[in-house]
Design a protein around this ligand. Sequence first.
Ligand SMILES: Cc1cc2nc3c(=O)[nH]c(=O)nc-3n(C[C@H](O)[C@H](O)[C@H](O)COP(=O)(O)OP(=O)(O)OC[C@H]3O[C@@H](n4cnc5c(N)ncnc54)[C@H](O)[C@@H]3O)c2cc1C
Length: 409
Amino acid sequence: MEPWRHSWGPRQCSKAGVSDHFDVVILGGGCAGLSLSMALAAQGVHCPRTLVIESRTEYTNDRTWCYWNDRYAPAPYPIQQRWQTMRVVHAGRSVSLDCGSTPYHMLAAQDFYDTAQVSIDRQANIELRRGTSVVGEPTRSGVVWIIRTGSGDVTARSVVDTRPPLVPRRDGAALWQSFYGEEIECSASVFDASSMDLMHFLAPDPRYIPFLYVLPVTPTRALVEVTVFGAAPLAPRELSARLQAAVAERVGDAPFTTLRREHGILPMGLNEPPSSAHRSCVRVGVMAGGARPSTGYAFQRIQRWAGDCAHALVSSRHPIDHQPDPLPLRVMDRIFLDVLRADPSRGGALFFSLFSRADPARVIRFLSGNGGVIDALAVAAAMPMPPFVRAALAMTRRRSRICEVEGIA
Ligand SMILES: Cc1cc2nc3c(=O)[nH]c(=O)nc-3n(C[C@H](O)[C@H](O)[C@H](O)COP(=O)(O)OP(=O)(O)OC[C@H]3O[C@@H](n4cnc5c(N)ncnc54)[C@H](O)[C@@H]3O)c2cc1C
């Protein structure tokens, strides 16, 4: 394997102020863009000349990433909290699940951004340009891409576009996951930091599946989040009243301060697979196949993609996008989402059934996207059959109609 600079002429990294042509330009320096930068930086002398263009001038602690850690290698960033136990609560019943073999990790975004910045600073072939916005779509001229930015054009052989759309299209996903949370510091010990609430279902709603997600970091500090799965994405103001009620219920009379807030809208099952303009210009990230369809979890998937994409860039000089899940998992995800969408008021009962009846290790593998067919079958077996059979039949009928219309035998 040849280092990039040997095969593509003398090094002209613009960190040294020489040129605005790069081997790779990454549009957007958020989770996907910085994860890829770190994976490229780890390639040492093989690291291509890379520019990351990020519109933000400063990184702030704007989110927490949580995931079940399925790797025994230490993470390159500090982990804020780990839980070995998680709870699911529905209609006054509660189930406590042991996740000790894949502890639930919590990573503060600021720690991730700081780690990425250090890694980029150490690699002379990577430049992070903050406070610069990409304008429009990259255009192709000969063998290079021209990327227009607010402060001039840059060119590249390969482009990795991680920019999410400004406004999610309502019909773009089978379901949307919307959440709004507050990290609070309370004057009294009201939280049990040894366990987190993965899903504490709120009163059923015909349009949404609402639940609380509570991550206690200490007995006095926690991130309390209201989450809903529904056909339409929701803005913070639509979740605010539920969040205030949930916080009041958790802290009782104890005074508290709000340290920060976070909000997100994640697609669950994209209706159209993301399309890339060309082999050398790919779209990736949470809105382009980076999120696990049935859960919205994206962090671990993005890390796996970043490692694979860095290898592909070094070995074949072409980036790769998110690879589709194996067919059985995709079918299972779609049926699961169709069932939730058909009758959101039953969502809490379905999830409770899943967590109380199936082996937690299998459920975690399925939810994280690491599961095989046996895990998917175990998940299916833990659910009430009739709605799943109905959704599977409806899906089969839809597929046959599409085949008829398209004239596929
Ligand atoms: C509050 C929140 C909490 C989340 N928690 C979890 C979690 O616990 N676990 C999990 O697995 N997933 C979680 N997710 C989902 C997912 O992991 C994150 O959304 C993740 O940040 C997605 O990475 P990304 O690179 O696709 O998008 P982003 O991280 O949003 O990065 C996109 C970047 O592109 C930049 N950008 C946009 N337009 C332009 C432009 N025109 N020019 C230049 N730059 C531009 C943006 O500033 C941004 O930095 C969460 C999401 C949110 C919003």
